[in-house]
Design a protein around this ligand. Structure first.
Ligand code: G
Ligand code: G
Ligand code: MN
Ligand code: NA
Length: 254
């Protein structure tokens, strides 16, 4: 088993690293953004995926320091790419449920932007429905402030939570990410394809960018394109890549 102490050491001792997964315009393959996904390079176990340690971090009070580390690492990558003269793309960072309850979140993000000389638009914050619905009025206010300052806001894993559609209208989001559970069978014409189609229409009507995640096949990609969902992310285009490998995509622009 992975131990709490090990994770604490990993955060302090440089065992975490970021991978970046391309978000592309599927019509032409142009690179439009990327999602930052944390990994743990465990000295004995090798590369541990976040599904195996994020829940533990949340349980044992380490999610705050871990999120600080992730935000710092993502901003440091953006700064390095800019310094190398590359045209960067916005990075999406997954925020844990606890982050919106932290009254210093906005200030922390603004300090990060200053220190790394970045514009807030270079960060997109990914939040899940479930975390937003906990205290909707308070959450909407925090989100409105973040968006007013220019940070991008993305509703992740959409379709798997409990939010009602009327709530969605009240949230100041920029983007909606269709959960990959709906994408898997999308080209087979079953219920998932009806749901994916409805989510795309809904998002567009609300003026949101709609992103399909977990796109693995050309059939899925074409199905989504035909319904107006151009922004896509998934193994069809690229796996999550270490910083240096992702930098090659930035150099190519696709
Ligand atoms: O990369 P992978 O499929 O293993 O990611 C599994 C889950 O971990 C996803 O739900 C993803 O949102 C989450 N995750 C990945 N990176 C981070 C991170 O930096 N912070 C948080 N809170 N969650 C992350
Ligand atoms: O919950 P969240 O959407 O942040 O999770 C993103 C996770 O999905 C990442 O851990 C990433 O590794 C994974 N992922 C990204 N693209 C694909 C894909 O095409 N297929 C599958 N099965 N997983 C993917
Ligand atoms: Mn995500
Ligand atoms: Na997601």
């Amino acid at each position: 088993v992975l131990l709490e102490n090990e994770l604490r050491q990993a955060i302090q001792g440089g065992q975490l690293c970021m991978h970046y997964q391309a978000k592309v315009d599927a019509r032409n393959g142009a690179l439009m953004g990327a999602e930052a996904l944390v990994r743990w390079q465990h000295p004995q176990r090798g590369l541990v995926p976040p599904g195996r340690f994020i829940p533990m971090a949340e349980e044992c009070g380490l999610i705050g320091p871990l999120t600080d580390w992730v935000l710092e690492a993502a901003c440091a990558s953006l700064r390095r790419w800019s310094d190398r003269g590359l045209r960067t793309v916005p990075l999406s960072v997954n925020l844990p449920a606890s982050s919106l309850a932290d009254p210093s979140l906005l200030e922390q993000l603004e300090r990060l932007m200053q220190r790394h000389r970045l514009s807030p638009a270079s960060l997109m914050l990914e939040l899940t429905e479930t975390m937003l619905m906990r205290d909707l009025p308070a959450t909407s206010q925090v989100l409105a402030r973040l968006r007013d300052r220019g940070f991008g806001l993305s509703l992740d894993d959409f379709g798997t939570g409990y939010s009602s559609l009327s709530h969605l209208q009240r949230l100041p989001m920029n983007e909606l990410k269709i959960d990959r559970a709906f994408i898997t069978d999308v080209a087979r014409g079953g219920r998932d394809s009806a749901l994916a189609t409805a989510i795309i229409t809904l998002g567009r009507e609300l003026g949101l960018q709609v992103v399909a995640e977990g796109v693995e096949t050309d059939e899925q990609s074409q199905f989504l394109l035909a319904r107006g969902c151009e922004l896509q992310q998934g193994y069809l285009f690229s796996r999550p890549l270490p910083e240096e490998a992702f930098e090659l995509l930035l150099r190519r622009g696709s």
